[in-house]
Design a protein around this ligand. Structure first.
Ligand SMILES: Nc1ncnc2c1ncn2[C@@H]1O[C@H](COP(=O)(O)OP(=O)(O)OP(=O)(O)O)[C@@H](O)[C@H]1O
Length: 377
């Protein structure tokens, strides 16, 4: 198979990159936290570094900020080499997970802090702080203190403070993870709206795939110190470049199979067709087939519909409007599939434990990866 590790969505190389990361490596003594990372960030885009704990996303963000020094490689901002500049000489604003506001300063003073340091005039600072308070939806909170605000409000203030000096780059290090679920959802919408309104190039670190899918223009999926894929949320979800990406972003079923050639795979007693697979598997090769829970058809099935099977429902998990049914079929030799059904479909098709249903696995949605490339759990 071709090496899919560095598959990226096409980006224009005509416009200068807002940020370019070239061959960055980071070693902590004998441990390599980042290995040969290359990335171009386009002006005005929102990029999310997504990956499991320890994959190196925070280290990469800290290197961009100058809070950590790379072992090798370069960082260019708007074409200028900033690799060895101290943090205060770089052009960015940053928001951390913990709000990190000065408790003894008012909200207005917190927001204006960087402007005071830059020796802006008092009138200018006042006007800018008022503008930012409005921008983050806290127009009347300037005289309050951090302890009088909720976590979400404090994070809005941290955001306003990061934007105060009109930096060229906004860095967000897990800015939502200290908030409760509702506030997280509210604030992620607000950050995205604000980012678009200001038009600032933004990089956000998160381990939450839903956050990345809902907020990013492009997602950088990282694992063990390398970039596995860069793409739009839709690309990363629908065309995962590696088994890790398929597994980490969204839910997925994995069926063990043997390649038969010509886009066909033997799973138990069934031959599955897989239109989207590139066919570069040797017949007899062990291949894992990846199928999202929604990639099943239940209506308009004909005798010649590919990948059609009769399955037994072994479990139904009621989750509200969208439910998960676990099904298995003798033909699949006991391999279990978790499939999404709407609540209405559960009722209409009488999908409940012990019943059998006719389904088809969507041939154009199955992804195939050599079993040899699948990460061990
Ligand atoms: N100062 C350090 N000294 C030694 N090892 C470090 C140091 N900082 C980070 N690491 C290691 O580098 C790896 C990457 O860490 P990093 O914090 O970048 O991961 P992450 O993807 O941001 O994970 P998390 O979401 O848990 O913060 C981890 O294995 C971590 O233990």
């Amino acid at each position: 198979m071709t090496d899919t590790r560095l598959i990226t969505s096409p980006v224009s190389t005509a416009a200068p990159a807002a940020l370019e990361i070239i061959g960055v490596r980071k070693d902590f003594e004998t441990f390599s936290a980042l290995r040969d990372v290359h990335l171009r960030v386009n002006p005005g885009e929102m990029l999310c570094f997504l990956g499991p704990s320890g994959c190196g996303k925070t280290t990469l963000l800290r290197i961009i900020a100058g809070l950590e020094t790379q072992t090798a490689g370069q960082i260019l901002q708007n074409g200028k080499d900033v690799s060895w500049l101290s943090p205060d000489k770089r052009d960015y604003g940053i928001v951390f997970q913990s709000y990190a506001l000065f408790p003894n300063l008012s909200i207005a003073e917190n927001i204006g802090y960087g402007l005071v340091n830059s020796r802006a005039k008092r009138g200018e600072i006042k006007a800018r702080v008022e503008e930012l308070l409005k921008l983050v939806g806290l127009p009347t909170s300037g005289n309050k203190y951090p302890s009088q605000l909720s976590g979400g409000q404090q994070q809005r203030v941290a955001l306003a403070r990061a934007l105060a000096t009109r930096p060229g780059l906004l860095l967000l290090d897990e800015p939502l993870s200290a908030l409760d679920a509702l506030e997280r959802i509210r604030l992620r919408g607000e950050i995205r709206r604000l980012q678009k309104q200001v038009g600032i190039t933004t990089i956000m670190v998160t381990h939450d795939q839903e956050e990345a899918l809902s907020m990013a223009d492009r997602i950088v999926v990282m694992n063990h110190g390398v970039i596995e894929q860069v793409g739009t949320p839709m690309e990363v979800y629908e065309q995962p470049a590696t088994p890790f990406v398929a597994d980490f972003v969204g839910k997925v079923n994995v069926l063990r199979s043997v390649a038969l050639g010509n886009h066909r795979f033997q799973v138990g007693d069934m031959e599955l067709e897989c239109d989207a697979c590139d066919g570069a598997f040797d017949p007899g090769e062990a291949v894992n087939l990846y199928l999202r829970p929604e990639d099943r058809a239940v209506e308009h099935l004909r005798d010649d519909t590919p990948n059609r099977l009769r399955a037994k429902v072994t479990k139904v998990e009621f989750l509200g409007g969208l439910c998960i049914a676990e099904v298995t079929a003798d033909a699949l030799h006991g391999q279990v599939l978790g499939l999404h059904f709407s609540l209405n479909q559960l009722h209409d098709l009488d999908i409940r434990e012990g019943n059998t249903i006719d389904i088809a696995l969507r041939a154009n949605r199955i992804r195939a990866f050599s079993a040899a490339s699948t990460p061990k759990p």
